[in-house]
Structures are given as structure tokens and as C-alpha cells.
Design a protein around this ligand. Structure first.
Ligand code: NDP
Ligand code: GUE
Length: 306
């Protein structure tokens, strides 16, 4: 008997284009700012505090400042040296808390080892906490109360929403339990409402047989920071794959000397997935857009308190 090799049909896969959607969101925000200006109102003002001179952190904060300019926000970058003490940083935070011109601010993470991150995040006025990292805001999020949702999980929800990806009744597997991505993501996907109503499994470095778990997932959200961790054999046919990972991998052939690499083996996983985010151009730009959205919200709430 002769076996003929039947060429696999190119199945339909949708790229979740974070770059495009983030531009749409920025356009929407820019419209709001125009209206504010036309009404003679103060425009939103975001400040970003960066301690030290880590290259990746400077790049992110730079993109945040540029994004503010693009939508018409005011922005302030506060740069502190790598040797800044915890007290000095807490003083700066107090100053930003009391500065009535500033609607929201973020403390870029990670912080140098002499500084206790938890203590610093607790010092941010929850009304200005546009990262949504203060325990009060995190608690509100977990209790379905209106608050600032951390920008990366918020961006992922928005992306799923704008592409009408069904989450209800689906099994979502989150990889990584960080306070800024994995943990809030697991809470949000399991919430009542849309996008949500998912059955969530949260995995981490102590998870056993992770392939067995990811293979059962309808939706995989990978946020561990290990390049090409998620391989095709770990993914079910037609799964939705969200790649949060951003790692700079040295590459002499590229102009910058490195390439940005996600957690997902995109080349092979994209052949099985129904929806997938690219890296770069997926979750990263959405994070920035949602930070702007939170800042707009902070401005509106600030005005309402007056
Ligand atoms: N695109 C974007 O906008 C953003 C991207 N990122 C990127 O996302 C990635 C994750 O960052 P972040 O959320 O801060 O996470 P962290 O680096 O703080 O934590 C990583 C998590 O992954 C888990 N983990 C590590 N190795 C494994 C493994 N082999 N199997 C399963 N789980 C594992 C860890 O488990 P344990 O808890 O047991 O240690 C931990 O929970 C990074 O690449 C970061 O750069 C982060 C924020 C925003
Ligand atoms: N307080 C705080 N809030 C954060 O939201 C926060 C933080 N600290 N620390 C670090 C992580 C990481 N993060 C990213 C934001 C944008 C891109 C992004 O725009 N990425 C582009 C590529 C960027 C590049 O070329 O380097 C992309 O994926 O297309 C990536 C990562 C926010 N974080």
C-alpha cells in the first residue's frame, strides 16, 4: 500500500495585534484629551520614578513618556541613582502624593536590593496608584470593586475583548504567579463577567507535570520570562496563547546586540493556536496603553473629588 502525504491545510490563526490595538486605544484617549482641553480642563499628568539605570527599565519608562506625549498627557520622569536609600525614595513618593498637579504615578520595578519593594508600594497614595499595585487596589480588584487594574493583565483582558475571544467556561492556565502579572491575571480570568468566567489553574516553578496541565488549556497565559519555554507539544490544538515574556537575548547580528524574545516558541506554537500574541508587538504595547487608560481614570477621579 502506498501512503500519500496529504499537505496540511493552512488553518486560520488570528494574530492578536497588540501594536495595532494599543494604537487604537491611544487614539481614543487622545480624543478624550482633546475634549478636556476644549473644555479648558487640566490634562492628565503621569509621573514615573526610576531608580538606577537598568537598560530595559529605561527603555520602558522612555516608551511610557513618549506615549504620554502622543496622547497629549503631561509627564514627568523622576530619575534617582542606584544608591538611593529607602527613606529617600519614600520622601519622593510623599512629594508625589502631595503634588496636586500629578494625577497618577508609578515606581518602575525592579528596585535595587537596599529598598523594600512592598514598603514602597504601600506608600503610594491608592488614588494615584495607576499601576494598581497597592494592597488596597489589589484587594478591591479581587473583590470586583471598581479600581485600577494592573496594566499588563488589564491589557490582556482588553486584547481578548477586542478580538471577541470567548473566555466563559474555558480552562485558562496561567504560568507564573508574580504580583504584577500572573497572580492578578489568575484572579481576573476567574471573575464573574467578561472577559472572565474562566476556570483557572495557576502554575509556577513548583508545579509538577506542567505539560500535562498546559495541554488541557483552552487559554494559556505565559508570564515566566524563560525564552521559548512553551513548546508546541505543551499546547492543545486551537488553544489561545498569550505571551507576556520579554527577555533580551544576546544576538550579535542584530543592531542593538540583542533580540526581544517571548516565552513561547512562536514558530511552532502558532501552527496549533487559534489566537496568539507576537513578541514584540503583543502584550507589551498593550501594557503601555492601559497605563495611559488608568491615568485618564485617575484624572477623572481626581477631578470628581475636588
Ligand atoms: N509584556 C509586558 O508588558 C510585561 C512583561 N513582563 C515579562 O514577563 C515575564 C515574567 O515577569 P514577572 O511577571 O515579573 O515574573 P517574575 O520574574 O517575578 O516571576 C516569574 C514567575 O514564573 C515562575 N516560573 C519560573 N520558572 C518557571 C518554570 N520553569 N515553570 C513554571 N513557572 C516558572 C516563577 O515561579 P515561583 O513563583 O515559584 O518563583 C514566578 O512565579 C518576564 O519576562 C518579564 O520581563 C513583565 C511585566 C510586563
Ligand atoms: N511599576 C512597573 N510597572 C510596569 O508595568 C512594569 C514595571 N514596573 N517593570 C517592568 C515591567 C515590564 N513592562 C513592560 C512594558 C512595556 C513593554 C513593551 O512595550 N514591549 C515592547 C518591546 C519593547 C522593547 O523593544 O524593549 C513589545 O513587546 O513590543 C515591555 C514590558 C512593564 N513593567
Amino acid at each position: 500500500m502506498c501512503f500519500m502525504r496529504i499537505p496540511q491545510q493552512n488553518k486560520k490563526m488570528t494574530l492578536l495585534d497588540g501594536k495595532k490595538v494599543s494604537n487604537d486605544i491611544k487614539d481614543e484617549i487622545a480624543e478624550e484629551v482633546k475634549k478636556m482641553k476644549a473644555n479648558g480642563e487640566k490634562v492628565p499628568h503621569l509621573a514615573a520614578v526610576i531608580v538606577g539605570s537598568d537598560g530595559a527599565s529605561l527603555t520602558y519608562v522612555g516608551s511610557k513618556v513618549r506615549a504620554c506625549e502622543r496622547v497629549g498627557f503631561e509627564s514627568t520622569m523622576v530619575r534617582l541613582s542606584n544608591t538611593t536609600s529607602e527613606i529617600e525614595l519614600l520622601d519622593k513618593i510623599e512629594e508625589l502624593n502631595n503634588n496636586d498637579d500629578i494625577d497618577g504615578f508609578i515606581i518602575q520595578l525592579p528596585l535595587p536590593p537596599q529598598i523594600d519593594t512592598q514598603k514602597v508600594l504601600m506608600a503610594v497614595n491608592p488614588d494615584k496608584d495607576v499601576d494598581g499595585f497597592h494592597p488596597m487596589n489589589f484587594g478591591k480588584m479581587a473583590l470586583d470593586m471598581s479600581t485600577f487594574i494592573p496594566a499588563t493583565p488589564f491589557g490582556i483582558l482588553e486584547l481578548l475583548d477586542r478580538y471577541n475571544v470567548t473566555t466563559k467556561g474555558k480552562h485558562t492556565v496561567v504560568i507564573g504567579r508574580s504580583h504584577i502579572v500572573g497572580r492578578p491575571m489568575s484572579i481576573l480570568m476567574g471573575r464573574k463577567g467578561f472577559p472572565g468566567n474562566s476556570t483557572v489553574t495557576l502554575t509556577h516553578s513548583h508545579t509538577k507535570n506542567i505539560t500535562q496541565i498546559t495541554s488541557q488549556a483552552d487559554i494559556i497565559i505565559s508570564a515566566l520570562g524563560v525564552p521559548n519555554f512553551l513548546k508546541a507539544e505543551m499546547v492543545k490544538e486551537d488553544a489561545v496563547v498569550i505571551d507576556v515574556g520579554i527577555t533580551r537575548v544576546a544576538d550579535e547580528s542584530s543592531p542593538k546586540g540583542y533580540v526581544i524574545t517571548g516565552d513561547v516558541d512562536f514558530e511552532n506554537v502558532s501552527k496549533k493556536a487559534s489566537f496568539i500574541t507576537p513578541v514584540p508587538g503583543g502584550v507589551g504595547p498593550m501594557t503601555i496603553a492601559m497605563l495611559l487608560k488608568n491615568t485618564l481614570l485617575a484624572r477623572e477621579r481626581h477631578r470628581a473629588r475636588k
